[in-house]
Design a protein around this ligand. Sequence first.
Ligand SMILES: [Mg+2]
Length: 234
Amino acid sequence: MQKNNPEGKKIFPEISWDKIETVMLDMDGTLLDKHFDDYFWEIYVPEHYSLLHNISVNEAKKQLLEKYRRVESTLEWTDLEYWSHELGLDIAELKMRINHLIGVHPYVIEFLEFCLKTGKKLYLITNAHSKTLSIKLEQTSIGPWFDRVVCAEEVGCAKEDHKFWIRLQEILSYDPRTTLLADDTEKVLRSAASFNIAHLIFVARSSSRQPVRYSPDFPSIDFFKELIPSKKRS
Ligand SMILES: [Mg+2]
């Protein structure tokens, strides 16, 4: 793939696995191909919205973008009931119709296997709504790998919010000094950094259909094999 790196060079992660006890992984864009979500919100929903309101697809896209922007980085953004109500469409049902597009990124299963073999506590930490979560876990079968799945709804705020990490500690009692978090949203990594989570990894290839974009601030990976010591150079 042609690498597009407008914001600076890739910072390669250097992980000392013996210093890490807990691994927290985001779902959308990190473990799963964000192409599904991009396609759903940018193409599939506008098509249905345009039919419902008898407007052009372009006009629907314009109106929806406005609505999406208003709730970016909040719990509403991932709340399917909020969107069903706001748009007059059954969002969960629409997601179900294209669930065949949900896919796991390459090398994710190998990485989960590595974490299991090396005895790390493994948590899926996601902003995704519980309905989206169950559609995706059912489609991909990644759920059983995790000691616990926590969605932002349960915590009461989005991962971008500093309070998220404080409340999460009440749920999981993790030690931020020995925790690794991988996420494809820099804002989430920044909020985790403010809570002193020590090992932060940016997932640069969140969608298989979009150019890779490295973080100027955090170590980046294209694929999870880069975090597996024996596979690093293969
Ligand atoms: Mg994500």
